[in-house]
Design a protein around this ligand. Structure first.
Ligand code: NDP
Length: 256
């Protein structure tokens, strides 16, 4: 009973930005729970390396390189999946970028690039996935990757915070429209997790000390810390959970 609740056998998951970092961890975690996975990334080289690692573990996996901000490229990628009869039952909108600059120095083009990659992409990819989920009538799961910055701002990352906050309401809007089709759309809000995106912060002794002292868990998160929540939100165990954000942050946002 318990294992059936979380079993992803027979489902296919598309994870964007999965060539490295947290996206790769989600792909590995969902595959271990039984899902076939389609991993996306911008960079072909990262994709090939990630595919090799997952195939070596015997997982059913394929790669699909496209830019999540390019609507035509996303539509072509889904058309290619249609052609091969690959149905995406689970989508994780994970691709994202960071860009640090004080607001008064920030150029509009950089603001737009961060919003495009972190927020608009979830609309673009989510629309393609949901259109097919609705037509098939078998429901589906969409997980949008927010952040602790979906709730709490920090100086110098305004477009990132705005995009991650926007993702929470995008998830709820998707839930409002698609719950009737048995599609659940939720957000994961990771805390500070050690990946290439955060390596520079971890290398800064002051920032590293701040993370450890302000977080009740007194440590950075590891990519593996996110797997349980991702599998839960991708599985039948969460079939009546919709429009929520789950922070996976060691308790950081819960304390003063
Ligand atoms: P990384 O920078 O390590 O990985 C991001 C991935 O997204 C890369 O593989 C990158 O590809 C890909 N990507 C970027 N732009 C695009 C695009 N336009 N189209 C397709 N793929 C793209 O980041 P993390 O693994 O740390 O972060 C993953 C997600 O988790 C992001 O949304 C991030 O905001 C979020 N997050 C991370 C936290 C952390 O502490 N690490 C905390 C909270 C949220 P390429 O290799 O080609 O650049």
């Amino acid at each position: 009973m318990m294992s059936a609740l979380f079993d992803l056998t027979g489902r296919t998951a598309l994870i964007t930005g999965a060539g490295r970092g947290l996206g790769f961890a989600y792909a590995e975690g969902l595959a271990a729970a039984g899902a076939a996975v389609v991993i996306n990334d911008l960079c072909e080289e990262n994709l090939t390396e990630a595919l090799g690692k997952l195939q070596a573990k015997g997982y059913k996996v394929r790669g699909l390189a496209f830019d999540v901000t390019d609507e035509a490229a996303v539509a072509a990628a889904f058309a290619a999946l249609d052609q091969d009869a690959v149905d995406v039952d689970i989508l994780i909108n994970n691709a994202g970028i960071q860009f640090r600059k004080p607001l008064v120095e920030l150029e509009l083009k950089d603001w737009q690039r961060v919003i495009d990659t972190n927020l608009n992409s979830a609309f673009i990819v989510g629309k393609q996935a949901a259109t097919r989920m609705i037509a098939r009538g078998r429901g589906g799961k969409i997980i949008n990757i927010g952040s602790v910055n979906s709730q709490g701002a920090r100086p110098s990352i305004a477009p990132y915070c705005s995009a991650k906050g926007g993702l929470v309401m995008l998830s709820r809007s998707m839930a409002a429209e698609w719950a009737q089709h048995n599609i659940q759309v939720n957000t994961i809000g990771p805390g500070y997790i050690l990946t290439e995106m955060t390596q520079r912060l971890a290398d800064n002794p002051e920032f590293d000390a701040w993370v450890k002292s302000s977080n009740p868990a007194q440590r950075w998160g590891k990519p593996e810390d996110l797997i349980g929540t991702a599998v839960y939100l991708a599985s039948s165990a969460s079939d009546y959970v919709n429009g929520q954000i789950i922070f996976v942050d060691g308790g950081w946002l819960s304390v003063l």
